[in-house]
Write a protein that binds this ligand. Structure first.
Ligand code: MRU
Length: 362
């Protein structure tokens, strides 16, 4: 996607170095940074310079490549996989990318591992961009159908950031939005701010503004009210892990949006590339590990002061503890459809198995 006139991906290689955008600085500063060591790659994921399930996977793959440059031994490979695997627990793309890299590299002589790892990480990144573009094409058909039966813009509500910054390119939830905008379909996006880290306010709003897509920032609690008033035509969100039977784990607050959408007859879609499907688990509530992050993310809010400096401000008493579960699970029954690179599946074991027969466990 473009930033100004220049096309960027969220992760790329230039002058032999892996580069990412430090997303903790957006929307106030656009700051590319080079990842030069394994520890830096792990910190980038853990501290959320990069975030979003597909980008976490791609960064982990490049993290392995960076590690292979300095220590391509079996022990070096094991250490790198273990360190990166421990960075964030919920997005299954991390596990998927690391397991794939390990299987691919373990059978090679150490001297060949660095180059092979760079090639495979690049393939993971390219595949992600291609899958998301295909998601955009399938999702566009849904937006077109809504546009055909109403006057005025199609109102889409999205939660967190499942945009190009969360993937390698295009985004998942935003790919249909970008395609619809390019096709000239009038649309307007309700952007949930997404407390506590405000990925909606900081990142999705920045993406929409950069692309000239009409959008409005809302507090997380406004969605239900807007749906009751008929001001939301569809919801599209991303996911960090979707189970084989279609339960959807995504950013905290997604479940409440799904409940409100269900109560108001608003279609609730989840956009995901297939590496986000965890074929090994069925029951999202029982089986998906939910990341608990620091309570500081709840008690302190980051923003720009009038003098231009970016600061973190405390909003609660020092003595008040804060809990910070980062994800929740939306049961499959509340999901209208799963928009994948192969098409739109009902959120069910049968629906996913029909699109991915080679992966489904029988
Ligand atoms: O904690 P984050 O910012 O990594 O959470 C991101 C999300 O919840 C996204 O919706 C999800 O990863 C899908 S990204 C295409």
């Amino acid at each position: 996607m473009k930033v100004g006139q220049q096309h960027f991906r969220s992760i790329w290689v230039a002058d032999g170095k892996v580069r990412v955008i430090d997303q903790t600085r957006l929307p106030h500063e656009f700051t590319p940074v080079a990842l030069e060591t394994l520890d830096q790659a792990a910190t980038a994921i853990r501290d959320m310079w990069v975030r979003g399930a597909p980008l976490i996977g791609a960064t982990a793959a490049y993290g392995i490549a960076i590690a292979m440059d300095s220590d391509p031994s079996d022990a070096g490979l094991r250490r790198a996989v273990d360190l990166l695997m421990a960075t964030r627990p919920t997005a299954v793309n991390l596990q998927w990318a690391l397991e794939g890299m390990e299987v691919h590299l373990a059978i090679l002589p150490p001297a060949e591992r660095f180059q092979a790892a760079m090639i495979r990480a690049a393939a993971i990144a390219d595949d992600d961009a291609a899958m998301n573009e295909a998601i955009g094409t399938h999702g566009l058909a849904i937006i077109e159908a809504i546009a055909a039966r109403k006057a005025g813009p199609v109102n889409v509500l999205t939660h967190c950031n499942a945009g190009w910054l969360a993937t390698v390119d295009w985004g998942t939830a935003t790919a249909p939005i970008y395609k619809a905008h390019a096709a000239g379909i009038p649309l307007h996006v309700w952007v949930d701010e997404t407390r506590p880290r405000n990925q909606g306010a900081h990142l999705t709003a920045w993406e929409m503004a950069s692309h000239g897509i009409p959008h409005t920032l809302i507090v997380d609690n406004a969605g239900g009210h807007l749906m009751q008033r008929g001001e939301v035509d569809m919801v599209i969100v991303g996911t960090d892990r979707t189970t084989a039977r279609g339960d959807v784990c995504n950013k905290i607050g997604t479940y409440l949006k799904a409940l409100a959408a269900h109560d108001n007859g608003v279609p609730f879609y989840v956009a995901l590339p297939s590496p986000t499907i965890d074929w090994r688990v069925q029951d999202g509530l029982a089986e998906i590990p939910i990341e608990e992050r620091s309570g500081d993310e709840v008690s302190l809010v980051q923003g720009k002061l009038a003098d231009g400096t970016v600061a973190r401000l405390r909003i609660s008493p020092e003595a008040t503890p804060a809990a910070n579960p980062a994800f929740d699970v939306t049961p499959a029954r509340l999901v209208t459809g799963l928009i994948t690179e192969r098409g739109i599946a009902p959120a069910s074991a049968e629906g996913l198995a029909a699109l991915f027969p080679e992966r489904a466990v029988r």
